[in-house]
Design a protein around this ligand. Structure first.
Ligand code: SF4
Length: 472
């Protein structure tokens, strides 16, 4: 087991006062070694915290006195200190297996770890969950969790996961729900495999066995040009419409039975079908916005709202966890916010014409929104994702390579806005940072209110990044 390393010490924090330094290893807290950041947070919660630290080959002890519940003030090198539980499935639709070589190593980790589900909202199939894991989840109330269902028919689910344990691992879902753990599910729809009658049967299975699920997201399979799976393909137009019909029919049934819709289709389905998005209230608090469900409705509502507050939305694609960085492609997006200067931050060059770079789906959402709101002079560029190819059109998977090409043809007198969702820990998926782009850009947070403020020149709350400088 690796010991967590201190990567940051908050100025003025109890940890700084106790002399803890960047680079120190935490070998134990309150006499016990730590498996993960969840145990760290529990151990750090009390009024007196004993730490066994390693520094320059020596081990020494520190006792920190603070208020109970007060943060210790450390950021750590990882979230999991023993070993991330990797999945034992071989899903044909796995996006990790469709990634090209050369991306960050963490992107290739096929985790199936309930702890990452709790910390970052990663979906787990539960095929590797154990009785001890369940006991810990229940004892420590590790809730909510996110579970990949895909199909409730045992044979079909095992076939989708290409793992015989897929046939039985939903028994854990029933037990989690029995213990009052909040669980959100998802169904990744692969046309010809688990759509049509299978999707209908899955909805019936959820109604019968798992009606206490907090929500279920239905999302289309992503197919990159690197996929070598013959059975995996994008939906046809008819298949898109049929999925929406199944979801909407079951929304009505669930609403009649449970007074809530429970199941929601991804925004991508509405865009592909050319159907209007449901009203924001239909998303019942946006429980799966980070899964691309209700994102457009929440964005539009926030963009239009004078106060600029998102209606019941969570942190968009920017889920932050106390104490440790995220892993993989769910890492916190964007760069650190700029501190307001004199109460307002005005981006350099405010008043100049604006161009927004976005993905093909983002463009379909943004363009009508801007036109309706009187921002017809704001240009939007639908950046094609030639890096991943296939049917990948979400803004969050745009890479430096494609954005650099797009930004280089924007006239020099324009401000260029880039959505923060394209970044992960300040870098694009393929490695470079905004400062490496051939010209200056402004990074705008993922919500409609921030975009509106940026367009009005009131300050997007994010750094304008000159070319040749890396955003921190
Ligand atoms: S469970 Fe997830 S990570 Fe594992 S193979 Fe399936 S899609 Fe990939």
């Amino acid at each position: 087991m690796a010991f967590p390393q201190v990567e940051g010490v908050a100025p003025g924090s109890p940890a700084e006062a106790a002399g803890i330094e960047v680079g120190d290893e935490i070998r134990a807290m309150n006499g016990s070694s730590l498996r993960d950041v969840i145990e760290y947070r529990l151990a750090a919660d009390g009024a007196t915290v004993g730490l066994e630290l390693g520094r320059n080959g020596a081990t020494f002890e520190v006792v920190v006195a603070k208020h109970a519940g007060e943060p210790l003030g450390l950021s750590l090198s990882a979230a999991i200190f023993d070993r991330v539980t990797t999945c034992d499935n071989h899903c044909a639709f796995c996006f990790i297996r469709q990634l090209p070589r050369g991306l960050r190593r963490s992107l290739y980790v096929p985790d199936d770890d309930y702890r990452l589900s709790f910390l970052y909202g990663n979906f787990t199939t539960l095929t590797r969950l154990t009785e001890l894991d369940l006991e810990r989840i229940v004892a420590e109330r590790l809730s909510p969790l996110y579970v990949s269902i895909h199909a409730t028919d045992p044979a079909i689910r095992a076939g989708l996961l290409r793992n015989r344990r897929g046939a039985t691992s939903l028994r854990w879902l029933a037990r989690l729900l029995d213990h009052g753990i909040e669980v959100h599910g998802q169904v990744v729809v692969c046309p010809g495999v688990n759509d049509g009658a299978v999707l209908d049967d899955t909805m019936a299975g959820i109604a019968e066995r798992f009606p206490r699920l907090a929500s279920v997201g239905v999302v289309p399979v992503g197919v990159s040009r690197f996929s070598s799976e013959a059975t995996i393909r994008a939906h046809t137009a008819d298949e898109v419409a049929a999925v929406l019909d199944v979801v909407e029919a079951w929304q009505e049934r669930f609403h009649a039975a449970l007074r809530r819709r429970l199941v929601f289709a991804a925004d991508e389905y509405y865009l592909l079908a050319g159907r209007p998005f449901p009203e924001p209230a239909c998303y019942e608090g946006f429980p799966q916005q980070e899964n691309g469900i209700g994102m457009a409705a929440a964005f539009g509502a926030a963009f239009g709202a004078a106060a600029g507050r998102r209606p019941g939305a969570t942190g968009g694609l920017s889920r932050a966890v106390d104490g440790a960085p995220a892993l993989g492609y769910r890492a916190p997006r964007g760069a650190a916010p700029l501190k307001p200067s004199g109460g307002q931050l005005r981006p350099a060059g405010a008043g100049r014409p604006v161009t927004i770079l976005t993905g093909a789906y983002g463009h379909k959402v943004l363009r009508p929104l801007l036109d309706r709101a009187g921002f017809g002079d704001v240009a939007t560029v639908a950046v094609a994702n030639s890096y991943f190819g296939g049917n990948i059109a979400v803004t969050g998977l745009l890479t430096f390579a494609d954005l650099a090409r797009a930004v280089s043809v924007v006239p020099g007198d324009r401000r260029v806005l880039v959505p923060a969702v394209c970044l992960s820990n300040g870098r694009f998926l393929d490695g470079p940072a905004p400062g490496d782009l051939p010209r200056a850009v402004e990074i705008v947070p993922d919500d409609g209110a921030s975009l509106r403020r940026a367009l009005a020149g009131e300050g997007a709350g994010r750094a304008a990044v000159p070319a040749g400088r890396t955003a921190r």
